[in-house]
Design a protein around this ligand. Structure first.
Ligand code: NLE
Ligand code: FE2
Length: 294
């Protein structure tokens, strides 16, 4: 998931329905014509997708499968050490391949009996209301491109590794999908842009970059940490604050670097009570009241 107006590469639609992806200055793929052609082709497949159909099948190349393999192999032990229990349970239930990029269509079929969630393909930035609204209907907007091979350990862009290894393993466990669903319902309920931003920032500091205390140490449950072999090694050294809705809902963040401030839940149960409870009931007025009281 990405916020509007941030790093996400803008798209230009051409007359024939094809799409061209504009990579920003400094993007590792900017001067790589093969990579740019892939990004355009994969974004075009998503742009031509019709709601209700399964996500398009992508003809991943050997080089893309290799990036997937490198990242999954690197993450194998790191997940065992630094991922929270609920994520590891989801990962075991989901059983993602480590040697090739799976298709979103087959992953949706695998999620159906586990939690009922399904992927739908995103060509690029999905506006916040659409992204979250879909969660309320058990649908998860996901990109299908692979990060540039020169930066396997960290990318600020949400690629298929982030959507599937990061989010997918959580979409396979109902303890997580109840939270995703609640975030979606919250966004459908609130009307003001301020409340939308607040809900979205709480999502960022929890389901994207959340950490949780377990008896044997601090673990990650946020998809953005769990899909990055680089960041997952660093999060314990960051500034760790206790879970606080108003602080999460109002703290600014920079998506282009490792997150320097993280919020830790005392337990997964506390996350469910505090954050799940907030999303289950929040309104424009309740959010405004929380901000004023803080
Ligand atoms: N930094 C993450 C990764 O490298 O997998 C992606 C984060 C997307 C919000
Ligand atoms: Fe994400």
């Amino acid at each position: 998931m990405f916020e509007e107006g941030q790093y996400f590469a803008p798209l230009t639609k051409k007359g024939d329905g094809s799409v061209s992806v504009e990579l920003s200055a400094g993007h590792p793929g900017l001067e790589d014509p093969t990579y740019r052609e892939r990004r355009d082709r994969i974004a075009t497949a998503a742009a031509r997708w019709t709601s209700g159909d399964p996500p398009p099948l992508i003809d991943y190349t050997d080089a893309e499968h290799e990036v997937w393999r490198v990242v999954c192999e690197d993450l194998r032990d790191k997940h065992r050490h630094y991922a929270c229990r609920e994520y590891l349970d989801g990962k075991e239930a989901f059983g993602l391949p480590e040697d090739h990029v799976p298709q979103l269509a087959e992953l949706s079929a695998a999620l159906a009996p586990l939690t009922g969630f399904a992927y739908q393909p995103a060509a690029g930035l999905v506006p916040l209301r659409e992204f979250y609204g879909a969660l309320a209907d058990h649908r998860f907007w996901a990109t299908q491109y692979v990060r540039h091979h020169s930066v396997p350990l960290y990318t600020p862009e949400p690629d298929v590794l982030h959507e599937v290894v990061g989010h997918g393993n959580t979409l396979a466990d109902t303890r997580f999908t109840q939270l995703y669903e609640a975030a979606g319902a919250a966004v459908r309920r609130v009307e003001s842009d301020e409340a939308l931003q607040f809900v979205s920032k709480v999502f960022w500091f929890t389901l994207e970059f959340g950490v949780v205390h377990e008896p044997d140490g601090l673990k990650a449950y946020g998809a953005g940490i769990l899909s990055s072999p680089g960041e997952i090694e660093e999060f314990r050294q960051m500034t760790i604050r206790p879970l606080d809705l108003v602080e999460m809902g109002t703290t600014d963040y920079d998506i282009t670097h490792y997150q320097e401030v993280l919020f830790a839940a005392g337990s997964f149960g506390q996350l469910q009570d505090v954050v799940g409870g907030f999303w289950d009931t929040c309104t424009d007025d309740s959010i405004e009241a929380m901000r004023l009281a803080a």
